[in-house]
Design a protein around this ligand. Structure first.
Ligand code: SF4
Length: 193
């Protein structure tokens, strides 16, 4: 769908320079999705992997974030192998709702109610990022925290349109449950992609 150089605004790698590759197509259908234009599978241009790598090489970053849409609707073996061959770190942002492909240095799994994550992807997650849209999402998120490995980082992130109401609740929840950390959509606060 698009590719661009910016900073990672969310989660464990928040604040780091990263090249984003956003793949078209999503079958999850979150009501609050902020990239609904990504949903159609075939409405986006195709880029040769070599041309994407050429663009990444023009930057100073070693971190490539593959996102969507739901990137795991695509088989990502060839893309990630090519990125690794060129010495890049491969990160993915996924709902975990489709089978895992690709070779990843960091898997950020953000579970969605509209199509649940697969247990096999939860077990591979380095980072679990739960979007908090209402009060019941804390208990909803805990069921997935119980399914990831002990080393998986746990983040609570307010849904953007609900941030004013949910952020204070998240702060209180984290004070009670310090295994969780706060993730904010930093890129939206500083107005970068
Ligand atoms: S999984 Fe991501 S891209 Fe797909 S609908 Fe949900 S927020 Fe949007």
């Amino acid at each position: 769908m698009e590719h661009f150089y910016t900073i990672q605004g969310e989660g464990f790698h928040q604040g780091k320079a990263a090249y984003f590759i956003r793949l078209g197509g999503c079958d999850v259908g979150c009501t609050w999705c902020d990239v609904k234009e990504s949903w159609p599978f075939d409405a986006h241009p195709y880029y040769p992997i070599e041309s994407l790598i050429t663009e990444v090489k023009k930057t100073n970053t070693k971190m490539v974030v593959v996102t969507g849409g739901e990137p795991l609707l695509h088989n990502l073996d060839t893309l990630t192998n090519a990125l690794h061959t060129e010495g890049f770190h491969t990160n993915i942002e996924t709902s975990g709702s489709s089978p895992l492909s690709g070779s990843w240095d960091w898997i950020c799994l953000s579970p969605k109610k509209f199509k649940r994550p697969l247990p096999e992807v939860l077990l591979k997650a380095n980072e679990l990022k739960v979007i908090v849209y209402n009060k019941t999402d804390f208990a909803w998120g805990e069921q997935f925290a119980a399914q990831v490995t002990p080393n998986c980082k746990l983040y609570l992130q307010p849904e953007w349109s609900k941030a004013a109401a949910m952020t204070p609740l998240i702060v209180e929840y984290i004070k009670q449950h310090p295994e969780w950390e706060l993730s904010l959509q930093l890129h939206k606060y500083i107005n970068v992609p």
